[in-house]
Design a protein around this ligand. Structure first.
Ligand code: ADP
Ligand code: MG
Length: 261
C-alpha cells in the first residue's frame, strides 16, 4: 500500500497580535492511498488547520507533512479542497465555473474541457451547463463545486464540512453522491466534520481530536458487517449506533478532561 499523507509530530502555532495560538499539537497520522478518513473533534480543535497543513497552505511550526513521500513545502495541485461555501462565481455559467480551477492553473485545453463536460454529464448536471449558479439548488451547486475540484485531477480531496450549509435531506443525498463519486475515482479523501453520523456513514476510519491544541485522541476503523460503501445504506447497518455512541463518548470525555485541567 502507498501512503498518501503522512504527518509526523506536526504542531502549528498561529502568531497573532495577542500572542501565540497553539492550534495543533504533535499530530502523527498516516493515510493510505484511496482511503476515506474522517476527522471529528470539538470546535476550534484544529480540524481546518490540519487540512490547510496537508494542502500546504500553512507550514508546520514543527514536524513534517508528506504527500506521497514528498515533504509539503507549499500549495500543490495534488490536493484540492471542497468547502462549506461552494464559492461559485455568480456571473459564470455552470460550465464556466466547473472549468475555473483548470483556468487558474493555466491548464485548460480542448481535452480537459471535454473531460469536464463529461464529468458534468456524469453527475447529473448536463441540462444545467449553460445556466447560472443562482438557478440551481444548494445541493446542485455543491455538485458543480465537486466537478470543479475533480476536473483538476487532484490525488487528494480535502473536504471541510462541505455539507453543513444544506438542509437535512439534501445533505444525506449529497453525502451519498459525493461518496460514490469520490470512491469510484479512487481518490484519497479527508473529511472534516462535526457531524458524527456523517463521518461514520462516509469514512473507512474516523479520527477524534482533543480540544485545542488538537492531538489525535482516537483512531477508529469503521467496519460495518454489510461491507457496504454507500452512506445511505451504511446508516442502516446494525452497528451504526454503536459507533455513534463510542465516538460521542470519546468526544464528551475530551471536553470533561479539559474542564478539570
Ligand atoms: P476547527 O476547524 O477544528 O474548528 P481551526 O483549525 O479552524 O479549528 O482552528 C483551531 C484554533 O486556531 C482555533 O482556536 C482558532 O481560533 C485558531 N485559529 C484558526 N485560524 C487562525 C488564524 N489565522 N489566526 C489565529 N488563530 C487561528
Ligand atoms: Mg473548521
Amino acid at each position: 500500500m502507498t501512503t498518501a499523507i503522512r504527518l509526523n509530530r506536526v504542531s502549528l502555532k498561529y502568531m497573532t497580535e495577542k500572542g501565540e495560538v497553539h492550534a495543533v499539537n504533535s499530530v502523527d497520522l498516516a493515510i493510505e492511498q484511496g482511503e476515506f478518513v474522517g476527522i471529528v473533534g470539538p470546535s476550534g480543535s484544529g480540524k481546518s488547520t490540519l487540512l490547510s497543513l496537508i494542502a500546504g497552505l500553512l507550514l508546520p511550526t514543527s514536524g513534517r507533512v508528506e504527500v506521497f513521500g514528498q515533504e509539503v513545502r507549499g500549495p500543490s495541485s495534488q490536493s484540492a479542497y471542497m468547502l462549506q461555501q461552494d464559492c461559485l462565481l455568480e456571473w459564470r455559467t455552470i460550465e464556466g465555473n466547473a472549468l475555473l480551477g483548470l483556468e487558474i492553473m493555466g491548464r485548460v485545453s480542448a481535452e480537459k474541457r471535454l473531460t469536464t463536460v463529461t464529468l458534468l454529464n456524469e453527475y447529473g448536471l448536463e441540462e444545467f451547463r449553460h445556466l447560472y449558479p443562482r438557478q440551481l439548488s444548494g445541493g446542485m451547486r455543491q455538485r458543480v463545486a465537486l466537478v470543479r475540484t475533480l476536473a483538476t485531477e487532484p490525488a487528494i480531496c480535502l473536504l471541510d464540512e462541505p455539507f453543513s450549509a444544506l438542509d437535512y435531506t439534501s445533505r444525506l443525498t449529497l453525502q451519498n453522491d459525493v461518496s460514490t463519486i469520490l470512491r469510484k475515482s479512487g481518490k484519497t479523501c479527508v473529511l472534516v466534520t462535526h457531524d458524527i453520523p456523517e463521518a461514520i456513514a462516509m469514512c473507512d476510519r474516523v479520527i477524534v481530536l482533543t480540544n485545542r491544541p488538537g492531538r489525535v485522541k482516537w483512531n477508529l476503523p469503521i467496519e460495518l458487517s454489510a461491507g457496504e460503501k454507500q452512506p445511505l445504506l451504511r446508516r442502516r447497518a446494525p452497528e451504526f449506533g454503536k459507533y455513534f455512541n463510542r465516538i460521542w463518548e470519546e468526544m464528551e470525555l475530551s471536553v470533561a478532561t479539559e474542564k478539570t485541567s
